[in-house]
Design a binder for this molecule. Structure first.
Ligand SMILES: Nc1ncnc2c1ncn2[C@@H]1O[C@H](COP(=O)(O)OP(=O)(O)OP(=O)(O)O)[C@@H](O)[C@H]1O
Ligand SMILES: [Mg+2]
Length: 219
């Protein structure tokens, strides 16, 4: 007889920490690839920017105590804003700060809470960066991920399924940036020459969602 496997219906504070750690590890592993993508249509610093910021975030989390998901996410956001210049650092910083604001005091999140947090984060990125879908930015991975997450939520998916579906949508969104012409950031200076390259920020945004899917699946 197989053992009865319990499906987790909530995401714990420890899982949020594991997600941040896994995202940092994935960024480090993909640093050269993110640099390569940003060299093609930007200034080549996206991998090093994100890697530096996530190392700072991990340092901050090592020193932190307590099990408040909101406080943890805000600490990550603050670390990114204070250690990364350029566009993506403050944008990811805003994403984490906004995710933290909606989850202040929470010790666990259900799928609805996770989706509310991601929605606040993505809205924060859009409010700050003013990017629309199709502008060839991280928004092109983040928005489909959020939409897929909301659909999964409506269908009663558990956190592991919901995160897997949002990561799959983020991957599609990331790939869909290849034929786009950039309309935001340095890549927009290239005009039509930005066509044919995958956006670096959409690629790191996919890693943000895929690291969540891997983390919530293995718990
Ligand atoms: N206004 C914006 N809104 C959302 N995302 C943006 C915006 N501008 C740039 N990005 C994202 O940031 C990524 C580049 O991040 P990077 O860490 O290289 O910062 P940067 O070199 O200062 O950026 P950029 O050259 O685009 O101004 C892009 O691939 C894109 O996804
Ligand atoms: Mg850059």
């Amino acid at each position: 007889m197989g053992r009865v496997t319990e499906v987790a219906t909530t995401i714990s504070h420890e899982e949020i920490l594991d997600w941040i750690r896994r995202f940092a590890a994935d960024i480090e592993a993909q640093r050269a690839e993110l640099v390569r993508l940003d060299t093609a249509i930007g200034d080549g610093d996206h991998g090093t920017n994100m890697d530096r910021g996530m190392h700072k975030a991990l340092e901050k989390l090592e020193a932190a105590e307590g099990a408040d998901i909101g406080a943890t996410l805000k600490a990550v956001g603050m670390a990114l804003i204070s250690s990364v210049g350029g566009a993506a650092g403050p944008l990811y910083g805003t994403l984490f700060l906004q995710m933290g604001s909606t989850t202040t005091g929470a010790g666990t999140l259900d799928v609805a809470g996770w989706a509310d947090a991601l929605e606040a984060g993505v809205k924060g990125v859009q409010a700050r960066g003013k990017a629309e879908p199709g502008d060839k930015t991280m928004v092109d991975a983040l928005l489909p991920a959020l939409e897929a997450l909301r659909r999964a939520q409506a269908e009663g998916a558990d956190p592991a399924q919901a995160a897997r579906r949002s990561a799959a949508a983020a991957e599609e969104g990331m790939k869909a940036t290849i034929p786009m012409e950039a309309r935001k950031g340095r890549a927009s200076y290239l005009g039509p020459r930005s066509i044919g390259h995958q956006d670096p920020g959409a690629t790191s945004a996919y890693l943000l969602l895929s690291s969540a899917a891997e983390t919530f699946a293995s718990s």
